[in-house]
Design a protein around this ligand. Sequence first.
Ligand code: GLV
Length: 367
Amino acid sequence: MADHFRVFATCDIGEALDILRKRGYKLEVYPDPKAPPKALILEKLRTGIDGLITTLRDQIDAEVFEAGKGTLKVVAQFAVGFDNINRADANRYKIPFTNTADVLTEATAEFAFFMMGSLARKLWPAEHLTRDNKWGFWHPYLPFLGDEVTGKTIAIIGTGRIGLAMIKKCAGFDMNILCYDPAYQNHQYVSAIQETMDLRHARGIQKEKTWIKYVSLEEALSQADFVSVHVPLIREGESDTPTFHLFNERTLRSMKPSAFLVNTSRGPVIDEAALAMALKENWIGGAALDVYEKEPLPADSPLRDPAITDRCRLFPHFASAAKITRLSPDPDKGMAGRCVQGLIDVLEVNYGGDIKKMPYVVNKEVF
Ligand code: GLV
């Protein structure tokens, strides 16, 4: 029994928390659906918390690690992204933090794909036409047509887990695929996808031959009909390959005027003011966003401009928001299960206490 461990969860993550309760942990869960103020997290830590369960809404930095000094042993993040956690500060205080990679890969990629389809085939304006009783007659091309996804060219910006899963889904829709990643390339995966494309063509499953290749950002943006973003948020100075405002006035202008941009990564990868202008002035065909520079999306965001509504789909950071993906207590299926297991591994000194061997710890470099 691990009845001496005290854990504070900044958010309820469902039945997976029962795993901790059953093991005898003293668990406190912040009851409000909104994030707790940072002052409350600091206050809890000063009472001697061993483990902290966080979400992307919590700013975890030196102040937090200082408040937990001497007692805090692990921060378990309920998300794959961890740009809210200051890695350098965690390393300075030698506190391991975990994330929930892998279990949300397919859910996030399929949502990106659905966002792309919704945007291209105009699902939102088409449903409005029907609901708002403006569907006066059937006509071959009035009041508007959508764009097919099948057979088109997509640029995948970022070929980590989620980018690769998106590639797999796009290949199934007979798309040509341009890949770009400033930091990590998986040529083996890309070759395997090309082989499946060739086989599907050879066996008559797809009519046209399709292709996949790594290219430069310029080539990807200038040739793609769709651009889907899957890079982590890396700010200037955090690495040699920052992604902050990777999409800005210059890069948006280099896309085709008919192209659609989809973002399920992190909001600050796109300069929203530039994107709003790009939509308003028709530099690009449309955009579908699930993440924003500031979340929730402010009431006065230029992305809410009624002039661009039909070409701008907006979702509430929802890509991983599927039942099993979010809440399964199984660490191989759900973010909640993986988050809890990451916490247990550190506190219960699994893997012989070797943090480097713990699969869900992110900042292994400091141990
Ligand atoms: C969601 O955005 C995540 O990082 O898990």
